[in-house]
Design a binder for this molecule. Sequence first.
Ligand code: ZN
Length: 239
Amino acid sequence: MTEQLLLLIELQNIDSAVRGINMKKKELPDKIGKLDEAFAALKISVEQDAKAVDDLQKGLREKEEKLKRGIDTIKKAKDRLTEVKTNKEYQAALKEIEGIEIKNSEGEDEIILTMEELDKLRSGLKIKEQDMESYRSRYEKEKADFEKALLATDAELVACQEKGVEIRSRIDGDILKRYEIIKNRNNGLAVVSVWKEVCRGCHMNIPPQLYNELLTATTLFFCPNCNRIMYPESPEKNG
Ligand SMILES: [Zn+2]
């Protein structure tokens, strides 16, 4: 293989690395943003559940106070029983007490139901908080890794670009121009190997005569089908 061809292969590897780094520069901030969003959503969900627990607790306290007032009212009503003078008044007072007792009993049922609900909400919240904490450590580590990778891309890019400039300076101007044209036409792939008369770029057979010439070539050869620069793949590579 000629030196120029080896340089072209090296240049293609570097160009491909540059594309990869630029892709990372574009994708990493999105990935970090998605991690942030996912964690924020989890946090909001935990906060909402915590608020539901608070609200229910407040409701429970109100129900308990109402029951307490109801019990006081009965006590007072019972005290007044000793002061009533007529049977009619007595019957009316009993009826009032009975009414309050029914309400108190309903209040007790509500309190029990609310306590059960509160227990359920609290244990759900606890699990969610534990999940959030275990997610938090994963999230923070992943985010730090992404940020570190993003920070490294600038130095990687500069190194690749410097290497690219150096290699380009060693490639013949016409060959380089041709490489760039073929590269831009073929999504970055300008130099391809040929294995057993098949071009790895377009997967088409090349004429046997051309293949034989390629095996001992000292100049550049181009695939008659896709026009890419060809080089013979070494047999060792394929076993
Ligand atoms: Zn081809």
